[in-house]
Ligand binder design. Structure first.
Ligand code: SF4
Ligand code: MG
Length: 321
């Protein structure tokens, strides 16, 4: 089958506890009924402002957070509520590349050990047995061979992210979830790391869920793009279709905010009014309606469902019937 990951009506809510008795005082609807799939070998970019639920989506798929309801299928197998050994076995098929290479790697751990650790955990092999394999991984991500015996703190941010990528590749995962993997890096090294991820994808046939807050980063990385707003998917489409003809008013605003490098091309920037509402108290109807310049009467009452309006292009908005 060409579908690797399928997410169906996924909800991840979590309670906010407060007061002396630590009672639940609110329920945060971090992910509120989303559905999408990722095909083998493709990159799905997931974009939205911070707090829109994109990281929660990634962490729920990895089963680092418990889904409230819905289904997660990997290779057609339901992994939504697997536990214990079965969960541990499936975890090696997923790897994560984190946003902050400074925080996600132990600075005092030897690089060879950092990269080998997932293989050691799953196979019980020793670091010595794995040395050649790890050196080859380090080479492949563009690090010098002697990186093996150095410590993470001896490397720059971009190099540390390369270490994180080598570690993520070590178990030949089926899916890599990259959560804003370049947003903590200097702009000058961002594109190098993105290019590396693209090369590795071609070489190893990797499948990515690529999370970013900014549409210009996912543009170069993604085959398809999903735009999230307040725990919902507003629109999902092939990259070209998304940039050429964004349908959702929120996507239109995000795309209008991408800087245009060619000064001869005039671009009208759509400035969004107001702030993102709290996911603990989301608006009724369309979650975007308080900020939408095209809102109609029904938008505050009826929540629009994601539907396909062109082949491969889905949008959740009452403007499209
Ligand atoms: Fe705007 Fe209504 Fe569409 Fe929501 S459903 S994006 S409020 S037009
Ligand atoms: Mg995040």
């Amino acid at each position: 089958d060409e579908v690797l990951l399928e997410v169906k009506n996924l909800k991840t809510y979590y309670p906010i506890k407060g007061g002396f008795l630590r009672k639940t005082i609110a329920n945060v609807k971090a992910v509120d009924d989303i559905s999408f799939e990722i095909k083998r070998g493709e990159t799905l970019g997931l974009v939205g402002e911070s707090g829109c639920g994109k990281s929660t989506t990634g962490r729920t798929i990895l089963r680092l957070l418990e889904p409230t309801s819905g289904q997660i299928l990997l290779d057609g197998k339901d992994i939504t509520s697997i536990k214990g050994r079965t969960l541990r076995d499936i975890r090696k098929d997923f790897q994560m590349v984190f946003q902050d290479p400074y925080a996600s790697l132990n600075p005092m751990q030897m690089v060879g050990d950092i990269v080998a650790e997932p293989i050691i955990n799953y196979t019980g092999k020793s670091l010595k047995q794995l040395k050649d394999e790890v050196v080859e991984l380090l080479r492949r991500v563009g690090l010098p061979e002697d990186a093996f015996y150095k410590y993470a703190h001896e490397f720059s941010g971009g190099q540390r992210q390369r270490i994180g990528i080598a570690r993520a590749l070590a178990l030949k995962p089926k899916l890599i979830i990259a959560d804003e993997p370049v947003s903590a890096l200097d702009v000058s090294v961002q594109s190098q790391v993105l290019n590396l991820l693209k090369e590795l994808q071609e070489e190893f046939g990797l499948t990515f869920l690529f999370i970013a807050h900014d549409l210009s980063v996912v543009k170069h990385m993604s085959d398809r793009i999903g735009v999230m707003y307040l725990g919902n998917i507003a629109e999902i489409a092939d990259k070209d279709s998304m940039y050429a003809e964004p349908l959702h008013p929120y996507t239109q605003a995000l795309i209008s905010a991408i800087p245009e490098p060619d000064p001869r091309k005039k671009k009208e920037r759509i400035v969004l009014q107001g702030d993102v509402p709290s996911p603990a108290n989301p608006p009724t109807g369309c979650p975007f309606h308080p900020r939408c310049s095209k809102a109609m009467e029904e938008c505050s009452r009826i929540k629009p469902q994601l539907k396909e309006v062109k082949p491969g292009h889905q949008v959740a908005c009452h403007l499209y019937k």
